[in-house]
Ligand binder design. Structure first.
Ligand SMILES: Cc1ncc(COP(=O)(O)O)c(C=O)c1O
Length: 415
């Protein structure tokens, strides 16, 4: 067996299941889950129809590079969204959702034979982080070093804490903007610093952008800055060592379709295509055609965003009365701080504050949330997820408002 498999950590939901084992959620309340970050808005009918209309072609193997029509549709979307002209033949590649692409990219980029004397190659990740970053790093034979998010700077990752000797061994850096779970969008000056570091040390930047279409503000600069957009603004239209990962899952409410694409550095995309040819990760033809329909339409995305905005506008003020929580830049999570006044109760139960809160909220009010410490690792002396919970506002507005009211009642009952 591959010994690296034993380095993988239990997934946060496994830990939540263990934490709540034996808990009987209050039967007085129907269950509401703010736990899993899975879109729950309905899939638009026209996407389902495009899928139904695309069932011819199942008798042939699809090309790993995808049909030109799909790559052209992705290029049109990039043009509309970011004002950038990419070559669909060399700078864009369809993937089966960004999750598998994040993982596979590490297999392409990491050379485990380098930097042996310094502890091996490094992958740098934000902390808290999307769990695949860690598994991708470990199974590629790299070590992972975390940059903690700083609540005082809108949860920006503290890249400056990473010493130069670590950057010197870094081969891959994961950026998550808008962030999961913080919702923070990385500003241009941070991109500039990371590009300078990448130029100096030669590492690849993988920019996870699957929440880019869910944001709450209006106006010309409301849409989150993308990695490729940042590069172009800084005169780096070659996108050297930069790859952005985009997905239909959240934008179009089709996580079951497994459809996204990567875009950026043509040399990287070429190597990625070679790897994927052997890995066998071509996208099915019906999914490709339904994806074209989805990427080419913005009306459903505007409506989706409106629904999220409405939900966040209703829920955030309720929670603000009892917790430190703010409307994020983007995404569909609230990254809320559990009141420190509850620490004694957690301690008495032998649990960390966020674990205790999640367990008691489920027991007393039948609302599932994810302890923040499960989404982060202890690094530089702290776990930056400790004392926080992630609330995924994916259910309908009424359910989300009801969940917020139950959280409010729960906290008020304790003070
Ligand atoms: C930050 C982040 N990246 C990637 C993904 C994976 O999305 P998909 O594989 O559906 O594109 C998720 C899903 O929750 C996520 O939160």
């Amino acid at each position: 067996m591959n010994p690296l498999l034993s380095t993988l950590q239990p997934y946060p939901f496994e830990r939540l299941r263990a934490l709540t084992k034996g808990v009987i959620p209050s039967p007085a309340h129907r269950a509401i889950s703010l736990g899993i970050g899975e879109p729950k808005h309905p899939t638009p009918e026209f996407i389902k129809e495009a899928l139904r209309q695309s069932l011819d072609g199942l008798a042939s193997y699809p090309a790993t590079a995808g049909e030109p029509a799909l790559r052209e549709s992705c290029a049109r979307w990039i043009q509309r969204r970011y004002g950038l002209s990419l070559d669909p033949a060399t700078q864009i590649l369809p993937v089966n959702g960004s999750r598998e692409a994040l993982f596979a990219l590490a297999q392409v980029v990491i050379d485990p034979n380098q930097h042996r004397e310094q502890g091996g190659p490094t992958v740098v990740s934000p902390n808290p982080f999307y769990q695949i970053y860690e598994g991708a790093a470990l199974l590629s034979g790299a070590r992972i070093v975390y940059a903690n998010s700083d609540p005082a700077r809108n949860f920006a990752a503290n890249w400056s804490a990473i010493p130069d000797e670590v950057w010197a061994t870094t081969q891959l850096l994961f950026v998550c903007s808008p962030g999961n779970p913080t919702g923070a969008v990385m500003p241009l000056d941070e991109w500039e610093r990371l590009f300078a570091l990448s130029d100096r040390h030669g590492f690849v930047i993988a920019s996870g952008e699957c929440y880019s279409e869910i944001y709450f503000r209006e106006g010309p600069d409301a849409a989150p800055l993308g990695g490729l957009e940042a590069a172009a603004k800084l005169g780096r239209s070659h996108f050297k060592n930069l790859i952005a990962l985009t997905s239909l899952s959240k934008r179009s409410n089709v996580p079951g379709m497994r459809s996204g694409f990567v875009a950026g550095d043509a040399d990287l995309i070429k190597a990625f295509l070679l790897y994927r040819t052997y890995h066998g990760s071509a996208m099915g033809p019906a999914i490709q055609r339904a994806s074209v329909a989805a990427w080419d339409d913005e009306a459903h995305v505007i409506e989706n965003r409106r629904l999220y905005r409405h939900k966040f506008e209703r829920v955030t003020p309720i929670l603000k009365t009892v917790m430190n929580v703010a409307l994020p830049d983007a995404g569909f999570y609230l990254w809320a701080e559990v009141p420190a006044s509850l620490a004694d109760r957690a301690q008495a139960a032998g649990l960390s504050l966020d674990e205790w809160f999640a367990r008691e909220l489920l027991a007393q009010y039948n609302v599932a949330v994810l302890p923040g410490s499960y989404l982060a690792r202890e690094a530089w002396g702290i776990n930056p997820g400790a004392g926080r919970v992630r609330l995924a506002l994916v259910a309908g507005v009424d359910e989300c408002v009801e969940a917020a009211e139950r959280i409010q009642a729960f906290i008020q009952s304790l003070s």
